[in-house]
Design a protein around this ligand. Structure first.
Ligand SMILES: *[C@@H]1O[C@H](CO)[C@@H](O)[C@H](O)[C@H]1NC(C)=O
Ligand SMILES: *[C@@H]1O[C@H](CO)[C@@H](O)[C@H](O)[C@H]1NC(C)=O
Ligand SMILES: *[C@@H]1O[C@H](CO)[C@@H](O)[C@H](O)[C@H]1NC(C)=O
Length: 390
């Protein structure tokens, strides 16, 4: 009897070893797979410095639809939305002047919060979904302003009341893309920025992303919402911090990245739920990729922060330090190339494009461990084998 039990146990040990071997092979394959995707392959050539790559040939092509599909770490990232934006094609034939002529410099931000319909009335030329391009010249930049959002209508009204006239004076081809995370999932600013960028490219051939918190209002229209050669931190000097930059690695609030740069660094990490950490992780991704964070001087890069209580479902993330410390090991596999979400609705509302999105937090936090867990942990075998013939 005892012998039989022993034999049975050994068979299980044998099966367990086979599984363990299989597991190792899979782990190695997995590793190889992800490492192969390391190079920054782009399916389109990067735009020339002036913004529009067609300008060199002296002929401006009509802009009327989605951007090209781009790769992040070897994976083509496709937008989910498959609707045509109701935006008039841009067939202008001359470039706008290098320095927009209508800029005024320092602004006294509007404090009032008109309805979105009123904002549209105040800003003639604004299309549904909050899109605009100068009617008589070709904008030098096509810019998606991506705003991560939840339950802050008052702030969004104030912000758009300020942004639309300023961006029109800057002669940009731009749209405001508001990405709302459906309840009850804990807020995830970084993921909403990834989603907004990917879906924005499905609507229009944007070349540049401005990632914008809803509570920061610019105080100078010479703070151009464009993407220079290097990533730019725009909200350098914020009133509630005494117009003082706390440290050099800050890259939160309002930031600008060229689309090719954003895809090359695999976008934002997805695993930061709750408040904090994702901006530092992003700063590390940027510097690791030999890009430099640039900033304007004090009189230009000034912002006013709108006051608010802490939002429900956005408490400081207790895991943020652990995540920041391991940013490097996640750079290749956590980002645009592992983005998972479901678009619920896209609406071209007066003054902004609204994207309602759901995220499955458990899936995001477990993506790569699921397969490994099934094959490697095999708890029942392990229990039987280690427990002997009891
Ligand atoms: C450009 O588009 C506008 C609006 O769709 C149209 O009225 C105009 O005729 C077009 N111009 C050219 C040169 O195609
Ligand atoms: C967003 O989508 C979710 C899921 O479909 C839905 O429950 C929620 O009501 C939507 N949010 C708004 C503001 O409509
Ligand atoms: C950054 O520059 C270093 C030194 O020139 C180089 O070894 C490294 O490959 C570069 N990294 C990237 C991501 O381009």
């Amino acid at each position: 009897m005892a012998l039989k039990a022993n034999e049975q146990s050994c068979t299980k040990v044998w099966i367990f070893n086979v599984l363990l071997g299989l597991c190792l092979v899979i782990a190695l394959l997995f590793h190889g797979f992800f490492n192969k995707g390391y190079s920054f392959i782009l399916t389109s050539s990067p735009p020339s410095e002036g913004g529009d790559s067609s300008t060199k040939k002296g002929q401006l092509s009509v802009v009327e639809g989605p951007g090209p599909l781009l790769e992040a770490r070897g994976k083509v990232v496709k937008p989910q939305v498959n609707v045509k934006a109701p935006w008039v094609p841009d067939n202008t034939t001359t470039l706008c002047p290098l320095v927009p002529p209508q800029l005024v410099g320092a602004l006294e931000p509007f404090q009032d919060a008109p309805s979105f319909e009123e904002v549209v009335k105040l800003n003639p030329g604004l299309e549904p979904g909050g899109h605009f391009h100068p009617p008589d010249c070709r904008a030098r930049s096509r810019v998606a302003v991506v705003i991560p959002y939840r339950d802050r209508e008052q702030h969004l009204r104030i912000l758009l009341h300020n942004l639309h006239p300023m961006l029109m004076r800057q002669q940009l081809d731009y749209a405001i893309i508001v990405v709302e995370l459906a309840q009850p999932t804990e807020f995830n600013r970084a993921m909403l920025l990834n989603i907004g960028a990917v879906e924005a490219l499905g609507l229009w051939d944007f070349q540049c992303f401005i990632f914008h918190d809803v509570d920061l209002v610019p105080e100078n229209d010479r703070n151009l919402y464009t993407c220079p050669k290097m990533p730019r931190h725009l909200s350098v000097f914020v009133d509630i911090f005494g117009y003082h930059l706390p440290h050099q690695m800050i890259f939160g609030g309002v930031t600008a990245l060229k689309r090719e740069q954003f895809y090359a660094i695999n976008g934002y990490p997805n695993k930061y739920f709750g408040w904090g950490g994702e901006d530092d992780d992003m700063a590390s991704r940027i510097t690791e990729s030999n890009l430099t964070i640039t900033r304007d001087e004090l009189d230009v890069a000034k912002y006013r922060m709108l006051q608010h209580d802490r939002d429900w479902g956005n408490d400081p993330n207790p895991n943020r330090y652990k995540l920041i410390n391991t940013w490097k090991s996640r750079h290749d596999k956590d980002g645009l190339n592992s983005l998972q979400y479901t678009i619920q609705t896209v609406e071209f509302r007066p003054a902004y494009t609204w994207i309602n999105v759901t995220i499955d937090k458990d899936t995001i936090l477990k993506v790569r461990t699921a397969l490994v867990r099934v094959l490697c942990v095999a708890p029942s075998f392990f229990d039987v084998c280690s427990g002997g013939s009891s």
